[in-house]
Design a protein around this ligand. Structure first.
Ligand SMILES: Cc1cc2nc3c(=O)[nH]c(=O)nc-3n(C[C@H](O)[C@H](O)[C@H](O)COP(=O)(O)OP(=O)(O)OC[C@H]3O[C@@H](n4cnc5c(N)ncnc54)[C@H](O)[C@@H]3O)c2cc1C
Length: 454
């Protein structure tokens, strides 16, 4: 375990860039950190990447989006990622039809670029990206925890401690916080703000031998809603199935220390889910994650930048996390490259970076916050493609929220349709809104934290 000491961000002009032994230090070797380290090293910058754990290590977040695929291609690891992944052609959601679900195939998205994504084991995927960063020229080290960061004029002092307790202090020109939900700078600078509308928690585990969807849909993610939240089923290699339940705080109060049993009881209570798990065995990796959604009030500052979950975290119902992390890393690499050449542009470039990320996050958040509402259920169960609105919705599911190409305009139209539907269903919508308000209250009375082994 790595104890992070208070971080002081001070500005003084006593230190110059010529004191630096490297150009960029990256804290965190997940998808965001490894991506930005690889891209900057490839541009010729001297990059040090530190990961506190040792790869391969378990991580949640196994379902990728099609828009991650071009990033993997640009990183030069597409073939390697495909070799460890399962092809995901779409996402399915419950519907009142004969088979019980609708499939939203990515091939039907507006401006379709990638008709599929991948489902991956994150221990393998993250290791692959980390090794790629080293291959690109970054000095990448596991078992090294960044515990102190200090901005000193034009340079940043970074203290790193290794597994044996040996401490090294480095001087760098730029610092990247890619520490994920640990939010290294977000915590220390008190930038992190909980999302009061989304304080659920998740319980998840791997099963072997669960029932797949038939034919080419065998690799799809399945999403189920239930009275206390929602559930994912993500097929993985070796006949594994990642199964997780995201539950409202009020329901979680009943857990009272019963980790595995509570997850199984929850799954048993959803007949469509349990039907797919009856002949499966629970094989491990059972974890819980609490204190769910948050955003930092700043994603960047003088000589530092955050990427991925270190900036913000939204509920993973649309599997957006890894894509958002890698996308922010690509944007961040461009930004740092420009700032290291032209330091006077830092503020303007950071403002644009923050605006772009916040717009993408807002796009997902609007849908996530309404996903379990009766009006949204109805719209997902009976999709209509008038004015190509359904195609735009599939583009959102594919992660295509940063380019325009008509997606945003049509999503705006979808929002209008949603509000009309809410009026029609107001007798159901109103109690649901009151229910969500109560969950927010319960969450603030007492929550769970961190990611723990159960
Ligand atoms: C329940 C749940 C389900 C999810 N499902 C999905 C999904 O299906 N699809 C999807 O795309 N996303 C999903 N996500 C989100 C996904 O896990 C994250 O968005 C993604 O991992 C973010 O990548 P990252 O690189 O920013 O952070 P991480 O992957 O968390 O990597 C951060 C790394 O930094 C290291 N670190 C932390 N502090 C330090 C330090 N001080 N020094 C050095 N290293 C440090 C950590 O050990 C870690 O390896 C899910 C998340 C949760 C909680």
């Amino acid at each position: 375990m790595c104890l992070v000491f208070p971080i002081l961000l001070a500005v003084s002009s006593l230190h110059s860039e010529s004191d630096c032994s490297c150009d960029v230090v990256v804290a965190g070797g997940g998808p965001a950190g490894s991506t930005i380290a690889a891209l900057l090293a490839r541009k010729g910058w001297r990059v040090r990447l530190f990961e506190k754990d040792t790869h391969p290590r378990f991580h949640i977040g196994e379902s990728l989006l099609p828009m991650s695929m071009p990033i993997l291609e640009r990183l030069g690891v597409l073939a390697e990622a495909e070799a460890i992944g399962i092809k995901k052609l779409g996402a399915d959601f419950p519907a009142a039809n004969e088979r019980g679900y609708n499939v939203f195939h990515f091939a039907r998205s507006l401006n379709a670029t990638w008709p599929h994504a991948l489902q991956v084991r994150r221990d393998q995927f993250d290791e692959l990206l980390f090794v790629n960063a080293a291959r690109a020229g970054a000095t990448a080290m596991t078992g090294h925890c960044v515990r102190k960061v200090e901005v000193l004029g034009d340079t940043v002092s970074v203290e790193v401690v290794d597994a044996g307790g040996h401490t090294e202090t480095l001087r760098t020109r730029y610092f990247v916080d890619a520490s994920g939900r640990d939010t290294l700078l977000g915590d220390r600078l008190k930038l992190k703000q909980k999302n009061p509308r989304h304080q659920s928690a998740a319980l998840f585990a791997h099963f072997r031998g669960a029932e797949l969807r038939p034919g080419e849909d065998a690799g799809n993610i399945s999403i189920y809603r239930f009275a206390h939240g929602w559930v994912w089923l993500i097929p993985l290699p070796d006949q594994l199935m990642s199964v997780g339940a995201v539950c409202y705080p009020e329901y979680l109060k009943q857990k009272k220390g019963r980790g595995t049993e509570f997850l199984l009881d929850t799954l048993r209570g959803i007949p469509e889910v349990w039907a797919r798990l009856t002949s499966a065995e629970l094989v491990g990796n059972h974890h819980a994650t609490g204190n769910y959604a948050y955003s930092c009030s700043a994603f960047a500052g003088s000589r530092w930048l955050s990427v991925g979950d270190a900036c913000a975290f939204v509920d993973p119902i649309f599997s957006s996390g890894v894509f958002l992390a890698m996308n922010s890393a690509e944007l961040g690499a461009e930004l740092i490259d420009q700032v290291l050449h032209e330091p006077h542009r830092e503020r303007a470039l950071q403002a644009r970076y923050t605006r772009t990320l916040r717009a993408g996050l807002a796009c997902f958040s609007w849908f996530i916050e309404r996903f379990t509402s009766p009006a949204m259920r109805q719209l997902f169960a009976h999709p209509r493609n008038h004015w190509r609105v359904e195609e735009a919705l599939i583009s959102l599911l594919a992660g295509d929220v940063f380019r325009d190409g008509g997606v945003r305009r049509r999503l705006l139209l979808f929002k209008g349709i949603y509000y009309l539907q809410s009026l029609v269903l107001w007798r159901l919508q109103w109690p649901h809104m009151k229910f969500l308000k109560r969950q927010a209250r319960v969450a603030f009375e007492g929550g769970t934290t961190g990611q723990d082994h159960v």
